[in-house]
Ligand binder design. Sequence first.
Ligand code: DCS
Length: 285
Amino acid sequence: MNWTLINGEFVERSNAKVDIEDRGYQFGDGIYEVIRVYNGKMFTVKEHLERFFRSAESISMSLEFTIEQLATQLQELIVKSNLKLGIIYMQATRGVAPRTHAFPAQNVPSTLVAYTKELERPLQKLENGVQTILVEDIRWLRCDIKSLNLLGNVLAKQKASENGCYEAIQSRGQEVTEGSSSNIFIIKDGVIYTHASDNLILKGITKDVILNLCVDNGIQVEERTFTKEELAAADEVFLSSTTSEVMPVIVIDGNAVNNGEPGLVTRKLQALFEAEITRQCGTLK
Ligand code: DCS
């Protein structure tokens, strides 16, 4: 059975319906998370749920449940769906109300939807690396909120896709921000650089795991803005996300990075990241 969690109830996928006046549908007025599941266990679940609640708070949206209640329901969803390797997608919107931009006058309950999807690890790409293009970052100034409003990200990813690329690396003028659905890192002379987690990027959970791994393993890392020029001159480049893990970037705008091969520091981080997955979720098969 294909189960969906809607507002605390488990329903079969074909019976999972939301109202056409849901504010998520009409305004993108809501937030979301994608959580990785390895061996039937959620990876960095606490961090994802905390970010989910933080995103809700940032848009003054109240949720009718606690982190603990939600975690329990998501675990139940994994068991019901018999999910071993995949993701949970979940979103909450400001509920159903007659369409008007301002928040509903009456307090309406939020709409929570969560479901699972089987998803392999991108092993081939993790081994060989991926191609990317550069695009202008046209998004709003609260990219720290994991909002359902993803038009800027959608248009960027579409450009990448049309150019046969895996990801679009965005920049505001000269300053590189992040990918359309990932964080971006460069390595120069053994030091890793990545954009600080301010309002211009999403504070990636994978990014934070990587930062901690660097600190714990004596790898120099600095959270600071870098330019398109520095990106082009980098020794190694990689991107990170829940589904992409530590993904080597081997081409940017048609130009090879590190002669088109994943670099040694990236490889080291991939190994450390896998060890962290194993520590939290058990041995990877
Ligand atoms: N930046 C953006 C804009 C993202 O959408 C994501 C994740 C990230 C960074 C990386 O964050 P995590 O490390 O927490 O995943 N995007 C999710 C998505 O939409 N699909 O998969 C992950």
